[in-house]
Design a protein around this ligand. Structure first.
Ligand code: GLC
Length: 448
């Protein structure tokens, strides 16, 4: 444990001081909102295999249906025909939604790599003649967004990836016979490292590496994680990595352990999946990733779309707890984003253009829970997010001695100031009982 870098202590870690780490994390902490993209061969199955429809995350369809990799490739590769402009469309959409970064699946569990890899022919270049990691990376940067690669350490294509005994899924687990015979983990590790090296050395600056995922029996040195992370950092000194090379303590369910258990040598941030930690994870960098329906990869029959009000309020809720929101889309096999997702992202974007100031570079609610919504803060500005109007039309927040306050609706720059008075150490703001934005009306309270 000599190398442990506990967030609670201001120790030097990975040759980096706390101040240097803060500088490296700055853009990510300010961004608050990113696009997650799950796209690969599985997108062509669209949630259905041999006439059977699957639910849940259908990027797992190969595993759910128990399909050997040769058959999977033979049936899925002919469908994989990305349209010429797909990468530009993703990046433009993320930008329009008010997102600051985009993380996409360079390789998901199926093992199909989107880049031109020298160590396999199970990659996009070999089947389409296009290096899709290059296309996506360039498109993302062209929009001024930060760029992230989601890379799966699970690999259902590689002949040396363990089938049983790791606690991790594999499509052949239920098949008769001993499919682990002849598999040599070291050869898979070398392959994983070789592809990661290609990703961090062939495409310019990479801002995030989003590893996925580990279990108690397969974590850390199962992937030669120390060496892997050190190699990545050597090529990308400013990169930010999540901690899924390790089986990490569940910080969401462990309020006491939070700060003291978070070891930054195992990753810069932690990744609650499909959930928002009820009181945030103070002192720890975290990012909630979430689907818009029930699946990460495209499904033609999953219509359980979250309303845009939920998505906006999730973003606000997360920001009010000091985290980031990585919201997912699962493009169709041609790379086009489902209309339901496009529509939602555009509506979030319209809200963000008016209210983004109350999200970007803000910090967690410094006051405590309020019954009418959420609170974020930035310098002398307190952003009051009303999910509903207060019954009395008036809300109070603690006043700082000797300061004057002014309040207005954030989205309406020319709106008249809202009546404010100070009484009993509280600022009383009269917002009214009818608020202009039914999803989230933001009132900015400025202290002078
Ligand atoms: C899980 C799933 C995966 C998805 C990821 C996103 O680990 O295996 O399909 O990519 O979560 O967080």
């Amino acid at each position: 444990m000599a190398s442990a870098c506990l967030a609670a202590l201001a120790v030097q870690c990975l040759g980096e001081t706390t101040a240097e780490r803060d500088t490296r994390m700055k853009w990510w902490r300010e961004a608050r909102f990113g696009l997650f993209v799950h796209w690969g061969l599985y997108s062509g199955a669209a949630g259905e295999w041999d006439g059977r429809k699957y639910g849940g995350g259908v990027e797992w369809i190969q595993h759910y249906a128990g399909v050997p990799t040769a058959e999977y490739g033979r049936r899925m590769i002919p469908r994989f025909k990305p349209n010429p402009d797909f990468a530009r469309q993703w990046a433009a959409l993320a930008k329009e939604a008010g997102m600051k970064y985009l993380v996409f699946t360079s390789k998901h569990h199926e093992g199909f790599a989107l880049h031109n890899s020298a160590v396999t022919d199970f990659d996009a270049y070999d089947v389409t003649g296009r290096d899709l990691v290059k296309e996506i990376s360039e498109a993302v940067r062209a929009q001024g967004l930060k760029l992230g690669y989601y890379h799966s350490v699970i690999d259902w294509h590689h002949p040396d990836f363990p089938v049983r005994g790791t606690g991790l899924p594999h499509p052949l687990q239920k098949a008769e016979g001993d499919h682990d015979q002849g598999r040599v983990l070291k050869r898979y590790q070398d392959y994983l490292h070789a592809q990661a090296l290609e990703l961090v050395s062939h495409y310019g600056q990479v801002d995030v590496l989003w590893w996925d995922y580990s279990k108690p029996q397969a974590e850390g040195e199962t992937w030669r994680a120390n060496e892997l992370m050190a190699m990545v950092r050597k090529h990308q000194p400013n990169i930010i990595m999540n901690n899924r090379l390790y089986n990490t303590p569940d910080l969401e369910k462990d309020p006491i352990g939070r700060l003291k258990n978070f070891d930054t040598s195992k990753g810069d941030f932690t990744t609650p999946e499909q959930s928002i930690p009820s009181t945030g994870i103070p002192g720890v960098d975290w990012e909630t990733c979430m689907t818009m329906n029930n699946t990460w990869g495209y499904s033609a029959h999953d219509n359980n779309w979250k309303p845009v009000s939920t998505l906006i309020r999730n973003l606000v809720d997360i920001a009010s707890k000091g985290g980031n929101y990585l919201l997912n889309v699962g493009p169709k096999v041609d790379g086009s984003v489902p209309e339901e997702s496009v529509q939602r992202l555009k509506e979030i974007g319209a809200w963000m253009r008016k209210n983004g100031e109350s999200i970007y570079a803000t910090s967690a609610n410094p006051i405590g829970a309020v019954e009418w919504g959420r609170i974020t803060v930035k310098g002398d500005q307190l952003f009051l997010h009303f999910f509903k109007a207060p019954t009395s039309g008036v809300v109070t927040v603690p006043a700082q001695a000797g300061r004057q306050y002014a309040a207005r609706f954030l989205a309406e720059k020319s709106a008249a100031a809202l009546p404010v008075k100070i009484a009993n150490g509280q600022v009383e703001i009269e917002v009214g009982t009818e608020l202009p934005d039914a999803i989230d009306t933001v009132v900015v309270l400025t202290a002078k």
